[in-house]
Every structure is written in C-alpha cells, then in structure tokens.
Design a protein around this ligand. Structure first.
Ligand code: HEC
Length: 106
C-alpha cells in the first residue's frame, strides 16, 4: 500500500506541487544551471518562470517555441539581455522544463 501512495504522490507532485506551494526550481533546472538566471517568482537575469507561464497561457505552439528558444537562445521578448543557447539541455530535458514552466500558469 505504501509504495503505491508514494508513487501517486510523485506523479501528482510533478503537476501540482508547483502551483499549490511556493514552487522551487526542479532538480533538472538546477543541474543545468537555469537557476543562475531564473527563479519561479522573481526576475533575475531572465524573466520569472511564473511570468513566462502567464504570458504563454493558451498560446498555440508555445511549447515548441520555448523549446527552440532554450536550445538556440535569443533576446527581445523580455528585454535586450539575451539568453545563451542552453547546449547542455537535451531535447528531453527541454520538454520536461517547458512542461514544468507552462504548468505554472494560473
Ligand atoms: C545566462 C542566463 C540564463 C540562463 C543560464 C538561462 N536563461 Fe532562460 N532566459 C534568459 C534571458 C535573459 C531570457 C529573456 C530572453 C528574451 O527576452 O527573449 C530568458 C528567457 C527564457 C524563457 C522565455 C523565452 C521567451 O521567448 O519568452 C524560457 C522558457 C527560459 N528562459 C528557460 C530557460 C531554461 C529552461 C534554462 C536552463 C536550461 C534557462 N532558461 C537558462 C537568461 C538565461
């Protein structure tokens, strides 16, 4: 019974912890160093991920656009400061991160 409850908690946690509690950066974001420039709720060098989620809420193709942006880097959406290409993030990493970020939308 217990392992079952734990696995449910893990699955739900991926989607809901972020919005239910004051969200922490996912491990993968720390591993890849996204947290050097981003946090969930405050602008650092890059925009707060909460703000990113709110901006793209309901926007068609947002996930693909953000995935490509993380891979290639770029500027001009949030200001003049560019995001460097995140070459250490694999396609799977980027998908996971984009799903997390867009999932923060309220
Ligand atoms: C060196 C600083 C830096 C790092 C490291 C960084 N970013 Fe960024 N990020 C930025 C900046 C600056 C912007 C704003 C770019 C713009 O205005 O177009 C940004 C924008 C974004 C956006 C919004 C893009 C858009 O077009 O609206 C997402 C999503 C994002 N970053 C995700 C990530 C992820 C995921 C990682 C880690 C794999 C990461 N960033 C690492 C600086 C950084």
């Amino acid at each position: 019974m217990k392992p079952f409850i734990v696995s449910i908690a893990v699955v739900l946690g991926m989607g809901f912890v972020g919005s239910a509690m004051s969200a922490d950066m996912p491990e993968i974001a720390k591993k890849l160093g996204c947290n050097a420039c981003h946090s969930i709720e405050k602008k650092i060098v890059g925009p707060a991920w909460q703000a990113v989620a709110d901006k793209y809420k309901g926007v068609a193709g947002a996930a693909d656009k953000l995935n490509a942006k993380i891979a290639k880097g770029g500027s001009g959406v949030w200001g003049a400061t560019p995001m460097p290409p995140q070459i250490r993030a694999s396609d799977a990493d980027r998908k996971e991160l984009v799903t997390f970020i867009l999932g923060l939308a309220k």
